[in-house]
Structure formats: structure tokens, C-alpha cells
Design a protein around this ligand. Structure first.
Ligand code: FES
Ligand code: MG
Length: 587
């Protein structure tokens, strides 16, 4: 490629504008870079750094970036590392979901406004992967994903203890008095034995598997545990490859095609992935300019069997998944069964089909061949009805018992017990007056993107203590929030529109009858349209208090989960380095 086409030269080596060149150039010399480097036609590669002390899941990217730099240098590029707004799923109040679009906006502005020819996107914790890919699509410079990898396997009493899942399981033991607080905390600590992101097939490992399935990372990248030797090695290879992507001018839009998104949905189902992923993948697609809907998840991937035996749906954790072959082994099995677009191009310059041709599973207990799957239907059931336009249920975690109750019966009807958010749930769940039993559905509302704000992972509510003591570990739940990808609850969630913006969950009352009809893909409250309209006339919407300026901006512009919870004004910008040209000079 002609050197003059490097974007960074418009800053540092522009013969048509020598005084601006001088102004742009001089400050980048002050920490030791030389004119010879910066004016030598070498691609400048950004390292979008998502790791820091506030994001422990990604913190080791600070060290991995050294290997990325080595790779960039060895391939003839110049690395420039910069921070991404912190996005940590469990530490950020009120939600990390509130900040995904903020990190996205910030990254777009950095990638577009600084002298960068390409970028290595460091990913890991749930929304870091989403925000990075959304931004890369909007900007359109060559980009490659380096995931940080899962933590090592955790163990409690000699048995695998996975991130998140151990909390959901142990809080039932705590409620039943079988363990005390100290033991509860010890079990949780044991599930986090090393650097890295969640080791279950939660949202983090699913999103990084999605990045690989899309073709945006090197093969095998997603599952390598964070402390492993191969993690540093793939960091080096990713840095090298970033330079080559710039030289070949391979943009995100050339990789993230409709076919690539279909591959990602099929892989998500095969690994029994997180219910947060439809939201993020739809957002990435919209910023790329590819149309993708909630219904596509079922149409394309609803019937894909489960090929990865990973918690929370299965037994194993990230380390086992990597040793069995990781995403390439899953894609090998899917390709053999004709379930993938094998000619989709990837960032290593080869097709998915070429990349996974020899990647047979090394352990059939962890990753199965297509005809020896662990269970049918790893995908999501997409539901519609008079409570919301679109919601989802994660079929991979529906137990055999629930499966026979839900799937074989034409319909099942529950009595609703309604909570206005998690505080109300915690206050009243053990109130005997609610008369909660196995025939109830626990409903939570005002927990969506606008109501919460950001949308909270609170739909996987546990039953009242009295029921747990009777041995009832789960009852159906429904809500306009989300749940952790590490949870094993068959909740009906991501309900769109949410109560706060006119969804009918707002007018639901405790005692209402709700019918789930899985063959019809419907869930409805037994109320006539007239009754619903009458309740709306009496309805007083909850007051939405904005605690920060960003909350106000987010609430004014963020869409519902079934369309990716994107900023409405942002989806009109795609591939801006090509569609909008260069930003103006700064002086
Ligand atoms: Fe960050 Fe799970 S909380 S990866
Ligand atoms: Mg989570």
C-alpha cells in the first residue's frame, strides 16, 4: 500500500501542511519517539487499553500490552497505548450497562481524532468487548481483538467452582442455613483463583467467543486462560497482525458481514452462551450497518444443539474449554454439520473454514461433535405477547423437569407476584402474605435501560426462604431487566419495551394470571385490551431521578434491549473514516 495513504501521515508527515505537521509532531517526540520513526511510513497502531485497577477482569492487559507492542514493533509499526473508560460488570453502580455506550462514544472519538492507522482492542469483561467492537465498526479503521482470557478453574471441596454461578448456588445454601457467612465468602473467593475474566461461560467468555466467531480475533484467542504462556504469545501475534491489517487495508466492515453475525449466533447457541449477548451483538451489527433482530437469534440459531459442556449450563470451566480446543473446536463441529458460513473472512487473512478445518475437539466430554451433543436447543427462545414486544428465555439452562412442564404442555399458567425493582424484592420476598408457591411467577420491573438506568442483572430472583427449605430451588421469573450470564436460571428476561417506557409490565398486579405457551412463542397476561387500557389511565409512572449528567443523556437517547440498547443518534454513523473523511485540523 502506498505510504501516503496512511492516515497518521496527515498528522505527522504531510508535505502540503508543514506548519501543522510540526505542531502535531513535536509533542509526540517528547517521550523519546524520533522523527525518523514517525516520518517513515510506519503504521501507527493504537492499543485500546481496557485494563486498570477498577477493572480487575482485564487488569493483566496492562502487562499483555508489552507483548502487543513487541509484535507491532517487529512488524514495523509504532504502538500507542491509551485508556478506555472503565467498564467492570460487578463493581459499577448502578450498572456497567449504563457505561457501555459512554465507553463506546469515548473510544469512537479517540480512534477518529488521533493519528491512528489501526487498533488492537483489548477485551475481557462483558461490555468491554461490546463497546470496543461497536466503536471499531463506527470508525472503520482496521481493528483486531485481543481478549484477556478467563481465570484459571476455581475449586471448592475438590469440585469446580465457576464465577458467578458459585454465588447463585451458595446463597441458596446460606439462606437454608447450610453454610455460614464466612464459608459463603470463602467459596466465592475460591472461584476467582487468578487474573482473568469470569471462568464460566458467562457474558465475558461468550462475548470473546463471539469476537472470535465473527472473525475479529486470531483463532483460539477467546479461551486461552489469562495466566497461560499462550496468552502472551497470542498478544504478540495480535500486535504483528494489526500492522499487516493496516497494510492490507482490511476494515471491520470487511470482516463483520451478515454471514459473520450468523456464525456468531450459531456459536453462541452451541456454547450455551449468555442472554446478554443478543443485546450486544445486535448493537455491534447496527453500528456496522448489518440488520439483526431478536427474532434472528431464534431463526438462525434457535435449534443449534449444545456442543460445549461449560457452566452454567454444563460442568466445565474456561481452562477445560481451552484444553479441549476452544472456539475453533466448536466451529469445526459446526462446520462439519453445515451450520456455518465457512467462507467468512477473518482477521488472520484466512476464512473461518480454513481456520477450523483441523481443529477437532481434544476432549469429547468438554466439546462434542454435532451428532453427540450434550443437549438440544442451546439457543434462545424468543417470546412475544401482550406484556412486551420481545423477550427471551435461555433454553440451555431449562432443567429436564422444567423442560417437561414447559415444553410438552401446550401452555402453563402462573399467578404473578410483582416487585418494583430489587429493593422491593429483597424487602418483601419472605412476606408470607404473598403466598408464593411453585405455581407463581416472580416478576420484576423498572429494571430496564431507562428505568434502572442501564438495565440491571436482577431477573434471576431466588424463591422465598420457606420454599428453599422445602427443597424448591427455583420458580419461574420474568422481568424487564437482565440476568448474569453466569446464572443458571431459566428466566424470561430482556423484556422490551420495559415498564418505564410504556411496556405493559408497568400495569401488572400481584394476582394476575400469566400464561406461557412455548409452542406459540407467546407469554400473555389474562387481561382484555380494555382492562389494560383502564389500568394505564390509573397508572402513575415512577419518577426517574437522574443522579449524574450521563444518566440524563443516556435516558434521553438509549433504545430498548431488543434493538441493542444503542444511542439512537449514533447508529447513523458507520465507517466514518471512509464516509466522513478526515476531521479538520486543530489549529
Ligand atoms: Fe468481569 Fe465477569 S465480572 S468478566
Ligand atoms: Mg454480568
Amino acid at each position: 500500500m502506498a505510504a501516503t495513504s496512511l492516515r497518521s501521515r496527515q498528522w505527522w508527515d504531510n508535505p502540503a501542511n508543514p506548519d501543522m505537521t510540526a505542531l502535531y509532531l513535536e509533542r509526540y517526540l517528547n517521550f523519546g519517539l524520533t522523527r525518523a520513526e514517525l516520518q517513515s511510513d510506519r503504521p501507527v497502531i493504537g492499543i485500546a487499553q481496557t485494563g486498570n485497577d477498577l477493572v480487575p477482569c482485564n487488569r493483566h492487559h496492562v502487562e499483555l500490552a508489552e507483548r502487543v507492542r513487541d509484535g507491532i514493533r517487529d512488524a514495523g509499526g509504532i504502538p500507542l497505548e491509551f485508556p478506555v473508560h472503565p467498564l467492570q460488570e460487578t463493581g459499577k453502580r448502578p450498572t456497567a450497562a449504563l457505561d457501555r455506550n459512554l465507553a463506546y462514544l469515548g473510544l469512537v472519538e479517540v480512534l477518529y481524532g488521533y493519528p491512528l492507522d489501526g487498533v488492537v482492542l483489548t477485551t475481557g469483561c462483558d461490555k468491554t468487548t461490546a463497546a470496543c467492537l461497536m466503536a471499531a465498526a463506527t470508525v472503520g479503521i482496521p481493528a483486531i481483538v485481543l481478549s484477556g482470557g478467563p481465570m484459571l478453574n476455581g475449586y471448592v471441596d475438590g469440585r469446580r467452582a465457576g464465577s458467578g454461578l458459585i454465588i447463585w448456588q451458595s446463597r441458596r445454601l446460606l439462606a437454608a442455613g447450610k453454610i455460614d457467612y464466612a464459608e459463603f465468602m470463602n467459596r466465592v473467593a475460591c472461584s476467582a483463583p487468578s487474573i482473568g475474566h469470569c471462568n464460566t461461560m458467562g457474558t465475558a467468555l461468550t462475548m470473546n467467543s463471539i469476537a472470535e466467531a465473527l472473525g475479529m480475533s486470531l483463532p483460539g484467542c477467546a479461551a486461552i486462560p489469562a495466566p497461560y504462556r499462550e496468552r502472551g504469545q497470542i498478544a504478540y501475534d495480535t500486535g504483528r497482525r494489526a500492522v499487516e491489517l493496516v497494510r492490507a487495508d482490511v476494515t471491520p466492515a470487511a470482516i463483520m458481514t451478515r454471514e459473520a453475525f450468523e456464525n456468531a449466533m450459531v456459536v453462541t447457541a452451541a456454547i450455551a452462551g449468555s442472554t446478554n449477548c443478543p443485546i450486544h451483538l445486535i448493537a455491534i451489527a447496527r453500528h456496522t450497518g448489518v440488520e439483526l433482530t431478536n427474532d434472528d437469534w431464534e431463526a438462525v440459531a434457535g435449534d443449534v444443539p449444545i456442543l460445549a459442556n461449560c457452566a452454567p449450563a454444563g460442568e466445565y470451566l474456561g481452562e477445560d474449554f481451552h484444553r479441549a480446543g476452544g472456539v475453533p473446536a466448536v466451529m469445526h463441529a459446526l462446520a462439519d454439520a453445515g451450520r456455518l458460513h465457512t467462507d467468512a473472512m477473518t482477521v488472520n487473512g484466512r476464512t473461518i473454514g480454513d481456520n477450523v478445518r483441523d481443529a477437532r475437539s481434544a476432549d469429547p466430554d468438554v466439546i462434542a461433535e454435532y451428532d453427540k451433543s450434550f443437549a438440544p436447543r442451546g439457543g434462545f427462545l424468543v417470546l412475544h405477547g401482550n406484556l412486551f414486544r420481545s423477550g427471551m428465555m435461555k433454553m440451555s439452562v431449562v432443567t429436564e423437569e422444567l423442560r417437561s412442564r414447559y415444553l410438552t404442555a401446550p401452555a402453563v399458567t402462573w399467578r404473578a407476584v410483582v416487585f418494583d425493582g430489587p429493593e422491593d424484592y429483597h424487602r418483601r420476598i419472605d412476606d408470607p402474605a404473598l403466598q408464593i408457591d411453585e405455581n407463581c411467577v416472580l416478576v420484576i420491573r423498572n429494571t430496564g435501560p431507562i428505568g434502572y438506568p442501564g438495565s440491571a442483572e436482577v431477573v434471576n430472583m431466588q424463591p422465598p426462604t420457606a420454599l428453599i427449605l422445602r427443597g424448591v430451588e427455583a420458580i419461574p421469573t420474568l422481568g424487564d431487566g437482565r440476568q448474569s450470564g453466569t446464572a443458571d436460571a431459566p428466566s424470561i428476561l430482556n423484556a422490551s419495551p420495559e415498564a418505564a417506557v410504556g411496556g405493559n409490565l408497568a400495569i401488572l398486579r400481584t394476582g394476575d394470571r400469566i400464561t406461557l405457551d412455548i409452542p406459540a412463542h407467546r407469554i400473555d397476561v389474562e387481561l382484555s385490551d380494555d382492562e389494560i387500557a383502564a389500568r394505564w389511565r390509573e397508572h402513575t409512572p415512577p419518577e426517574l431521578d437522574n443522579q449524574t449528567p450521563w444518566q440524563e443523556l443516556f435516558r434521553a437517547h438509549t433504545g430498548q434491549m431488543d434493538t441493542g440498547s444503542c444511542l439512537d443518534f449514533a447508529v447513523g454513523y458507520q465507517d466514518v473514516v471512509h464516509t466522513k473523511g478526515m476531521p479538520r485540523d486543530s489549529h
